[in-house]
Design a protein around this ligand. Sequence first.
Ligand code: AMP
Length: 491
Amino acid sequence: MLQKLKTVEEMSFKDLNLSENLMKAIADAGYENPTAVQAKSIPIVLSGKDLLAGAQTGTGKTAAFTLPILHMLSNSNNNLKSKPRCLVLVPTRELAVQVEESVKMYGKYLPLKSTSVFGGMSIVPQIKALRRNVDILVATPGRLLDHAGQRTVDLSGIQILVLDEADRMLDMGFIVDIKKIIALLPKQRQNLLFSATFSEKIKSLSEFVLRNPAFVQGEKQNSASELVDQSVHMVSQKLKSHLLSHLIKHHKWEQVLIFTRTKNGANRLADKLAADGISATAIHGNKSQPARIKALNQFKNGSVTALVATDVASRGIDIDRLPYVVNFELPNAAEDYVHRIGRTGRAGSSGRAVSLVDREEMRFLKEIERFIKREIPRVMFDSFVPPANINIAAEEKTVSHNNYDGQFKGRPRTAQRKTSRGRQSRFNAGAERGFSNDLNISANTAKSFKPSGFTGTQSSKKPLNSYRFGNSKRQNFSKNSFSNSKSAKVK
Ligand code: AMP
């Protein structure tokens, strides 16, 4: 009789035929069912085939390769006692630490050894660790080549090669290093390549590395995780830190990962949040590895509320059920947005990604929306009252027709027009111009509306599109203004 094949959704870990010791570790981790990328990849890896997997961070991709590798290595005879048998190449130090933590966690009932090597740390302890008959080696390319050059690692026993976050490794310019490393490996080996995106570069790398690979797509390509509730606050750059402090305090966020574009920006923002009474620390490429690990641990164990990071540092951050990610500035590359928000809504838990967007960043926002194939809702911050001493006049002068969101389809013309500038009370009109568009507030509605907290004079003959000072103001907009709106209230 024909047996009905199970769909990926119906599969359980039992169906994957992993060893009992692995099943125990999976149960300890609290996982109930394999994620899609795990259900699809594990049988292929166990069959010994090469694999090309499209998997975004946060989908359980690490276990998708780690579990079958641990299974295979623990079931095969090891006559290579002194040489690593599996090499996992990763783009960043943080990811190296994290992948090795996963290897240790899933392999805790198995007699296998692992270690990680990466730059920014003294090489001496790594040399000592490599002497201890390691089975699985996790490495960043540069430091691995240092070890190979000093002959402190022997890669001639590698049976399985994993390229994790391969797209990021290429973005970071590691292609030459990767090719040098591959030249040091035995020709006969299994190769697994994981990438969140598929560019031409990734295609040619996979042709270079993989032999007759099976292909697995974990989640829809180039789509941001469905579990992440994404929103945009239109806000002037100068007000962002004030709004952020407000959001954290108002919503009592206890663990929020914040992205800035620059290292200095990350430091400045962490200082500003701390000055506002929010415990915060920064993590970026200029910090020493011990300092980065310390910051990450403080964030993980809840002793700091806010971790401010740059994109490079972001790749390796894996915190279970991270609830909030804030884009203090949008990244210039749309892929980075997907990676950033992938830090939340991980493996079945929901999360929120909030982007603070200045008009100058509208082109980035448009690119991101094109990339993820959806518009991100603009959300109002009802309860935010900006500090009275902020002067955005200078900033406003730089506003042009083009760097505002004039190219957005369906935007009312009124919103694209320059408004009068230079008064403190108008910051909201500038900061929230995007809202008025999204809310379809007619010019007349806006004209007739004067917030009670409004103290300035409105010298412009043209109506400002919106003011928002407090919850009470919302009622001034007619119900119809909100119909068909893509915007939503801050929850
Ligand atoms: P990754 O995509 O590998 O970075 O994994 C993201 C997160 O998902 C990690 O925190 C894992 O601990 C978690 N995870 C991995 N597999 C599962 C699973 N089957 N069920 C629940 N959580 C998982």
